[in-house]
Design a protein around this ligand. Structure first.
Ligand code: Q9C
Ligand code: ZN
Length: 350
């Protein structure tokens, strides 16, 4: 399997985020991808590394607003100039949008951080923008390799993750929605036909849901812990709007979910809704924060379960682009990710 990776991810390294009223070490650390890379390397030629190719800003603009991109690009510099904590941008004024005149005013240097962020975990540090652009190039290059070289799969080992980022909001460790940008690119530039985004990160992908809420291509399917972060999204009755009605499928599962129930839920949605949709390509938002030892997620999946997840995804028999999202247990993150990818390859008969 082709794997695209860029060392530029390490430029995004905020020391802290905010949790339960305290600053805590930032969990979405550069170490995460280093561990995954080491695991992939231990399988020799099974995984072939490739560098990202620059795709410019256009594919990002197909998902995120110009204002948001401009804000994000300059946020850190402005913040520090204004006397902000050099650890990163933390909003102080939260533009709950009903209060913000329907979003007419972004509020200037100190108002903008809270206008373009929906929580205090979209921490913009010195190299965050550069790293987020690199992550987009990683995922777009993986999409190119998969389609152009007729690969059954490809893995975008990107960081920061993306599925919480909405068209003009960061949050939940996410800034640019890598999976959504790749999906638009696959549909519009690579003409792949129908795409299903299968989001197996522990958390609901509110960003991806909102970006495609009114569209029938892609089909968005999310399995996630509920009630839990991102708190305000992810219920079954959020099923799309207008042309998108019926093309947003949320599968909330209780905290404490274990392997058998998880696999049952995944198989069910794969064999019903996804098979009926009959996509040409699957984009997997691959989070392994469903792991039993993960300190952010609250499921109890074992490392073996990830192999089975890879098997179930491969049973669809479609070209599949894996896009890295969450997963915070450093000792097992590499094993869990490689288990999904190898489970996929084996079932696909490679
Ligand atoms: N104090 C992703 O997995 N908050 N984002 C959890 C921890 C943030 C997760 C509470 C969760 C964001 C991509
Ligand atoms: Zn997550």
């Amino acid at each position: 399997m082709k794997v695209v990776y860029s060392p530029v991810h390490a430029r995004h390294n905020p020391p802290v985020s905010f949790s339960l009223g305290r600053f805590v070490p930032f969990k979405e650390s550069p170490q995460r991808v280093d561990q995954i890379l080491a695991s992939l390397a231990s399988f020799g030629s099974e995984f072939e590394l490739a560098d990202p190719v620059d795709h410019g800003m256009e594919p990002i603009k197909r998902v995120h607003t110009k204002d948001y991109i401009a804000y994000f690009q300059n946020a850190y510099e402005k913040w520090v100039k204004r006397g902000g904590n050099p650890d990163g941008v933390f909003p102080e004024y939260l533009a709950v949008r009903q209060f913000a005149n329907g979003g007419k005013k972004s509020g200037g240097d100190l108002g903008e951080p809270g206008f373009y962020c929906f929580d205090l975990e979209g921490v913009i540090a010195e190299g965050t923008f550069v790293a987020a652009v690199a992550a987009v190039n990683v995922v777009l290059t993986a999409a190119d390799l998969m389609v152009d070289l007729h690969q059954t799969s490809a893995f975008a080992l990107c960081r920061p993750p993306g599925h919480h980022a909405q068209e003009d909001l960061c949050g939940g460790y996410c800034f640019f929605n890598n999976a959504s940008i790749a999906t638009r690119y696959l549909i519009e530039q690579k003409k792949v036909g129908k795409v299903c985004i299968l989001d197996i990160d522990y958390h609901h992908g509110n960003g991806t849901q909102s970006i495609f809420y009114k569209e029938s291509n892609p089909l968005y399917v999310s399995l996630h812990g509920s009630p839990d972060y991102p708190m305000y999204w992810g219920d079954v009755d959020e099923d799309g709007e207008g042309e998108g009605k019926g093309f947003n499928v949320n599968v909330p599962l209780p905290l404490g979910t274990r392997d058998p129930e998880y696999i049952h839920a995944l198989k069910t949605v794969v064999e019903t809704r996804i098979s009926e949709y009959d996509p040409d390509v699957i984009v997997v938002s691959l989070g392994v924060d469903t792991f039993i030892e993960d300190t952010v997620g609250n499921f109890l999946l074992t490392s073996d379960c990830y192999t089975e997840i890879g098997n179930v995804i491969a049973s669809l028999g479609k070209q599949t682009l894996f896009v890295m999202e969450g997963g915070y247990d450093i000792p097992a993150i590499g094993t869990n990710v490689t288990n999904v990818l190898r489970g996929f390859d084996h079932r696909f008969g490679k």
